[in-house]
Design a protein around this ligand. Structure first.
Ligand code: GSH
Length: 214
């Protein structure tokens, strides 16, 4: 398998965690999101993923895009070390937690949105950063309430083994730290993030461990 990747991309980081948890071999193909205005915007990468976003996974010539679709694909193809609960209600809860980050926080804080706010909408750097922080805080407050208020939350987001929800949570916490967001109001998120980051798979998937890390 080939993973079109960028060390700092939180969506790619989700997939790296899933691959590592399952012990799957893959080759990283770095796509620099900043160099030359963004290599992901060039025709070469658009031919792989017309959405011009990383990650994309090439499994023996078949390309899958969207990190959550990739994670579920990996889970179906390689069921050892499952990333989803066995019961339908549990799977719905894990998807719901993952989507709180992947749909409600990440897309409005994505690089292209932040660039648009500055270049097209005329926001200052300060206002752009305030936008980022605001949507993380809104999203994390909701996620914290869901996690803290449910007996299904265990050592990890759902029970005592990592699931897709944890694959999505940890990269968002990493991203938020880059903007110096105070995580003290989200103790359950912080506890789960720490439990995940102690595991070898999460350590290996960390941005600092990637071949393109700067
Ligand atoms: N929903 C997509 C999001 C992918 C995405 O937004 N990737 C970011 C990096 S984390 C990206 O490629 N951004 C480039 C840009 O905003 O121009 C997924 O989960 O795979």
């Amino acid at each position: 398998m080939k993973l079109y990747d960028y060390f700092r991309s939180s969506a790619a980081y989700r997939v790296r965690i899933g691959l590592r948890l399952k012990g799957l071999d893959y080759t990283s193909v770095p796509v620099h999101l900043v160099k030359e205005g963004g290599l992901h915007l060039k025709p070469e990468y658009r031919a792989v993923n017309p959405s011009a976003l990383v990650p994309a996974l090439d499994d023996n010539g078949s390309v899958i895009t969207q990190s959550l679709a990739i994670l579920e694909y990996l889970d179906e193809m390689h069921p050892m070390v499952p990333l989803m609960p066995r019961d339908a209600l549990g799977r719905a809860r894990v998807r719901s937690l993952a989507l709180m980050v992947a749909c409600d926080i990440h897309p409005i804080d994505n690089l292209r949105v932040l660039r648009y706010l500055v270049k097209e909408a005329g926001l200052t750097e300060e206002a752009k950063n305030a936008w980022y922080v605001h949507w993380v805080q809104e999203g994390f407050a909701a996620l914290e309430a869901h996690l803290a208020g449910s007996s299904d939350t265990g050592r990890f987001c759902h029970g005592d083994a990592p699931t897709i929800a944890d694959c999505v949570l940890v990269p968002q916490v990493f991203n938020s730290a880059r903007f110096s967001i105070d995580l003290a109001p989200y103790p359950t998120i912080m506890r789960i993030d720490a439990a995940c980051r102690a595991l070898p798979a999460f350590i290996a998937a960390h941005p600092s461990q990637q071949p393109d890390a700067e």
